[in-house]
Design a protein around this ligand. Structure first.
Ligand SMILES: Cc1ncc(C[n+]2csc(CCOP(=O)(O)OP(=O)(O)O)c2C)c(N)n1
Length: 518
């Protein structure tokens, strides 16, 4: 058996049975082996950033790694921004990067590059098997490295000759490490903080924003009047909606986040790290921890977060019940289409079990409120701040959960980075409804220009944020890639378009023509 086939059989044998791929010549034996290993689903993506973002979405929804197949250093480099987001999301993900045959490297052919250096910026684990006989075991190690409780990207660099040579065999799955149990004294320390009767914030992140952690945290807050629950700003995956505890989200803008946390004497961290401002601003602190506030790490990412919250609840909330969000939907609005009225429509129509990929940016300001009481759904946010995540993430989430509707909420500027994901939505017949918030600007940068104190900003600067000349016709772009596209410029038109898109399986795109927010 050649290396490529052993690799595919090892992946499938360990539960990695989807590969988001953009292959090249050095990966041809891997591609050829797909016919001999039909349990592996190859999903063609037309840009590597789509493949890596899709693998992220898949991993966030299944908790299992998908593979992303990339072509040497340049292919990996094209995929790096969304690997960065995946790293921040702590998504399990196996990257397979084809390379030249080992004996070819010294000739410094045009595609020769330092793959290890590129992979090193995002990977928790990197290996380059030297012989076909090593490849199966190395692949099994890669999967185990990606599937650790803290998640991570494992990069397997696959020399073409290791891939095409015989002498390989598949390896059995390597047992995956379990989350670290939090010591009793750590739980007692958090319990003491809660019992002190001082203002306390429990900051939830990672699996802390999923069941059963949400219910446990809600019980703790219910029984301790000084305690408030806040979720990290950009959650990899938050379970929310009617019947689940409703969690306030830490604001993106540092001054709002500071106001939210002001007065807290204790900050208990569960599944996340100590909060920091997204950017530095002149004369503003980078840490969001209020002065005089003590930080208690109840459970770090990779720890048994739910176990720690359960132990804490036993101590400080033995009888308390979680507080469930009541069902509530906004009225369907009439009149102009704005980010706010669009949010109301989305809140009114969001289907049960929906998966929302949120890259709405400034147009998303009203979404959390409008959807809080919608039927239960999952919310996937832009974890690493590298835009161009949303459409690929929706691709992977839809591939992972074919029975659930996916709503991809995209701002126009971000959508353009990885717009070719739409083609994969059409090709794979994914049930993704994409809404483009078309405000024809990089609106957030209009705001940031002043906030960072950049002075003398005039027309030349503002022109850098203008997407209106020429106007981008997203409905036409979608149609050109096989996705039915429509445009809406009133709330009523948007309601009709969204209703129709959600009622019909398969991909759709609605371009919501809205004014810029400022
Ligand atoms: C990979 C990457 N490149 C550039 C940026 C810088 N950036 C941040 S927001 C933004 C524009 C966002 O515009 P849009 O997606 O239309 O959202 P809006 O601000 O209009 O809501 C840019 C270019 C980034 N965050 N990530």
């Amino acid at each position: 058996m050649n290396g490529a086939e052993a690799l595919l059989r090892t992946l499938v044998g360990s539960g990695v049975d989807v590969c988001f791929a953009n292959p090249g010549t050095s990966e041809m034996h891997f591609v050829a082996a797909l016919d001999r290993v039909p349990d592996m689903r190859g999903v063609l993506c037309l840009f590597e950033g789509v493949a890596t973002g899709a693998a992220d979405g898949y991993g966030r929804m299944t908790g299992r790694p998908a593979a992303a197949l990339l072509h040497l250093g340049p292919g990996l480099a094209n995929g790096l921004a969304n690997l960065h987001n995946a790293k921040r999301a702590r998504t399990p993900l196996v990257t397979i990067v084809g390379d030249h045959a080992s004996y070819h490297k010294r000739f410094d052919a045009p595609l020769e590059s330092d793959i290890e250096a590129l992979a090193g910026t995002v990977s928790a684990w990197i290996r380059r098997p030297a012989r076909p006989a090593d490849l199966g075991a190395d692949a099994a190690d890669a999967i185990a490295a990606a599937a650790t409780p803290a998640g991570g990207i494992a990069t397997l660099i696959l020399p073409a000759d290791v891939s095409w040579s015989d002498g390989a065999e598949p390896a059995a799955p390597v047992p995956v490490r379990l989350p670290a149990v939090v010591p009793d004294e750590t739980v007692r320390d958090a319990a003491d903080a809660l019992r002190a009767g001082e203002p306390c914030v429990i900051l939830l992140g990672g699996v802390g924003l999923r069941q059963p952690s949400l219910d446990l945290a809600s019980r703790i807050a219910a029984a301790n009047p000084g305690a408030r629950l806040i979720g990290e700003t950009f959650a990899a995956r938050q379970e929310r909606g009617a019947g689940r505890p409703s969690i306030e989200r830490l604001a993106y803008l540092a001054e709002y986040a500071t106001a939210q946390l002001e007065g807290a004497r204790h900050l208990v961290l569960a599944g996340t790290r100590s909060p920091a401002s997204f950017f530095a601003y002149p004369n503003q602190p980078s840490s969001l921890v209020p002065p005089g506030c003590q930080v208690h790490v109840l459970a770090a990412p990779g720890d048994d977060v739910a176990g720690a919250l359960a132990a804490l609840a036993d101590l400080v909330a033995p009888e308390a019940k979680p507080v469930a969000q009541q069902p509530h939907r906004p009225e369907l609005p009439d009149g102009d289409l704005t980010a706010q009225s669009a949010a109301a429509v989305i809140g009114a129509l969001l289907p049960e079990g929906a998966i929302v990929s949120d890259e709405a940016n400034t147009s998303g300001l009203w979404l959390a409120g409008a959807t809080a009481g919608a039927p239960p759904h999952d919310w996937l946010a832009l974890t690493g701040g590298a835009i161009g995540q949303g459409l690929p993430l929706a691709t992977g989430a839809a591939a992972a959960c074919p029975d659930r509707p996916v709503l991809s909420l995209e701002s126009d500027g971000s959508a353009m980075y990885t717009i070719s994901a739409l083609w994969t939505h059409a090709r794979e017949e994914l049930d993704v409804t994409t809404v483009i918030f078309s405000n024809s600007r990089y609106a957030i940068l209009d705001l940031e220009l002043n906030r960072v104190g950049a002075t003398g900003s005039g027309d030349a600067a503002r022109n850098m944020f203008d997407l209106s000349k020429p106007a981008i016709d997203f409905a036409a772009l979608a149609t050109g890639m096989g996705v039915p596209g429509s445009r809406a410029s009133t709330a009523a038109e948007f309601t009709t378009a969204l209703r129709n898109a959600l009622a019909e399986p398969g991909p759709h795109l609605i371009e919501a023509l809205i004014p810029p927010p400022w």
